[in-house]
Design a protein around this ligand. Sequence first.
Ligand SMILES: [Zn+2]
Length: 440
Amino acid sequence: MPHYRCCVGGCDNDSRYPEKVLKRGHVTGDLTWHYFPKDPKERALWVKNISKGLEDFVVSDYKVVCSNHFQFGKPTFSSHVPTLYLVASDTSKRSPRKRKIPTRNDNGNSPSNAPKKCSRFQEAQVQCNICFTFEQLTREHDVRFYTGLPSSSAFRLLFEQLSAKAREMHYWTGEKHAQTSHIMASKVIRTARALTLEQELFLCLIRLRQGFPVQDLAFRFSVSESTVSSIFTTWVKFMCKELQWLILWPDRSIIQRNMPDMFLKYYPKCRVIIDCTEVYIETPSSLEIAAMCWSNYKQHYTVKFLIGITPNGAISFASPVYGGRASDAFIVKDCRFLNSLQPYDEVMADRGFKIHDLLSFHQCFLTIPPSKHTNLQMSPKEVKTTSRIANVRIYVEQAIKRIKHFLILKRELPISLLPLIDDIVIVCSSLSNLNEPLSL
Ligand SMILES: [Zn+2]
């Protein structure tokens, strides 16, 4: 069966994905696909209009245009050239409100009920088509819910920090462009964008915080799905670069100075508390990736990374992301975490971390709760040590909870986001550090 993909820039309609097909309000009946006319004059008119949205548009006999771009949902006698939603920014516009009543439609009949229905539909669309903005959040509670930031002033500060450089950003336009040009973003500089910079940051934070799918955000912000993907990828890469300084590995003296009492008393040499956390991912289509990502522990495909936190609760280390099959010890060894340590540093970790030898090699020592012997009871001393460490470890769990507060890391990660996961972890960790210090 042939499949059709609309060739208009900014339109993602594709007959292979019927669930994603977007039908505009003025289209009555099913969405249909239309080949370019054979007549050269007519064909030139189509190309002229469609190339508005795509600079290097090349016509071919196989390309099709979907119903959305025709005034009456298909080429008709009175309106046979595509004129609607031809550039990406059009997607945020509604159908033209003032429309000349056609003298006849393609059946040769005078229009009766259909156009009237259309115009009423458009009125409804005009009222609903309000784009989501940060200003609409009036309660701090909602700011935390949508952005993961502690307050609206934190959002403003963050935007102020980023906006000057963000204006110079080159936007991501997809894998193909990146491969051909060997740079991550193509040369589409910020020209007429569908959203303001502030809305773009807002959109990106919402996706990190709530993990909403692209389709949902496209609807909320009245832009195309490809625009959402482009904005998200661009901003995540940008924020990763600009915010990673927030993940700071402090000097030993600074750690000592800010150490909570409980640590001072029992673990005065503690430099860092570490743990690994796993993120569920969709089943990879590549067998190789699938093999790397199968986690026996979670019985699911996952990716995994190491987090280090200072005794007073700031994230001081975030490793690159590994496939879920990697062991904790392997990640510790591979991710250069050990290079950050100095002799005599104490590292606190969970039982799973079999890294005694690795740490001894760096003249550091490991504190882990004594292992449970299945048939033997713990000695009173062991019980005391275990509960003491367990208390302290609540810190790490709280810190990891903070990162997972960004639900994109808690929900099943779409495979399409796998290439971005390192950046996503860094951004979420950095933003977590904008919160108040942890308290026990
Ligand atoms: Zn289309």
